[in-house]
Design a protein around this ligand. Structure first.
Ligand code: TXA
Ligand code: MG
Length: 330
């Protein structure tokens, strides 16, 4: 194992995939691309590996992890699927959807990974690199986003290195990710509930369900007790720099995170301007979001002024992450 030394970055390919599978089997921690963000994987059945994973990220251990599997039959060994869950899995897996379901009695995933809950979060990712690693390893892999707890999620291998170098064993580089925000999480309770907006827009899920998703109760976001999706803690995605939302102007010395082709007052005074998508494309904006926040965060400016982003489609997840980024510094 490689702790304390520089973590090697291997380009995705046969050698890297075999090394990743061996490393996971030996209790190691491997970062890899998924279609949403880079994940930090550990053998889901190995409590020691999972304890190391929590510690590398500095993650509160009450915050449970998502089990990643290669296909629906593998998911069905971990959790009980009702009709709704089967319909969602068939419609959207592989892809950026996580389902929270009751654990099966013989679920091999360690209690530490599910924080002692009797439910488990599962997804089948679509990125070929993680699918190959899952196939070569042959079991479920728990993987939170491969960032230090409280930082924005990584969308490139270099982001992973910036946060976790020397703390993990291997980074598999599959290039920048496609989606850019984390998976959408749906709780398959009596009424399916949107626990976290993400890379799969709510509207697509509701079309399959034929009804609206329910919302978590207001107090599910609090620090007290066991939140429904503990990762929804308000300050989860915080950069260090102050974030000012719905900016209609730029103050001198601020950076501007723009969206679309229009401009705002004072833009000439901005220290830096980065545009999430000049053509106003929400998928492009989602893919750029975390990388741009990281860049602006290390640029030394005082405040990031963010132009309004529409709320429909992927805009729901983008606005959710921006709101958390703003709360983190207040
Ligand atoms: O796109 C993604 O989902 C990425 C990639 C790597 O797959 N993973 C990711 O994991 O975002 P993480 O650990 O950063 O976020 C997982 C979220 C957390 O908010 C956690 O609280 C929630 O899933 N979660 C896990 N198990 C849960 C459960 N049984 N009930 C409710 N929420 C759960
Ligand atoms: Mg995360």
């Amino acid at each position: 194992m490689n702790v304390g030394l520089k973590t090697p970055i291997w380009p995705a390919g046969e050698a890297a995939l075999a090394k990743a599978a061996r490393c996971l089997a030996g209790g190691g921690l491997v970062a890899f691309p998924t279609e949403t963000v880079y994940g930090l994987g550990a053998d889901a059945s190995n409590p020691a590996a999972i304890a190391r994973l929590y510690s590398a990220k500095g993650r509160p251990s009450f915050n449970p992890l998502i089990a990643h599997v290669g296909d629906i039959p593998a998911a069905m060994r971990l959790a009980r699927f009702d009709g709704t869950a089967i319909a969602l899995a068939k419609a959207f897996w592989p892809g950026p959807l996580t389902l929270v379901l009751p654990r099966t009695k013989d679920c091999p995933v360690a209690d530490l990974a599910t924080a002692g809950l009797d439910t488990i979060a599962i997804r089948v990712p679509s990125h070929p690199v993680v699918l190959e690693i899952l196939r070569a390893f042959g079991g479920p892999v728990v993987a939170p986003s491969a960032n230090l707890s409280g930082h924005v999620s990584p969308t490139t291998a270099l982001h992973v290195q910036a946060d976790l170098d020397g703390l993990i064993d291997l980074i598999v580089d599959g290039g920048p990710v496609e989606v850019g925000v984390e998976s959408t999480i749906v709780g398959c309770f009596d009424q399916p509930m949107l626990l976290r907006p993400g890379g799969l827009p709510r509207g697509e899920i509701e079309r399959v369900l034929g009804r609206p998703l329910t919302q978590p109760p207001e107090d599910a976001d609090s620090d007290s007790g066991q939140p429904l999706a503990p990762g929804m803690l308000a300050s989860h995605y915080a950069p260090r720099t102050r974030v000012r939302l719905n900016a209609g102007n730029v103050e001198p010395g601020e950076a501007l995170l723009a969206f679309g082709s229009h401009t705002v007052a004072g833009v000439d005074a901005a220290t830096i301007v980065m545009n999430l998508s000049t053509r106003g494309d929400l998928a492009e904006a989602a893919a750029n979001l975390f990388g741009y926040l990281r860049t602006l965060d290390v640029s030394g400016i005082r405040t990031i002024a963010v132009m309004p982003v529409p709320h429909h489609g992927l805009g729901e997840a983008i606005n959710d992450r921006l709101r958390r980024a703003a709360v983190g510094r207040e």
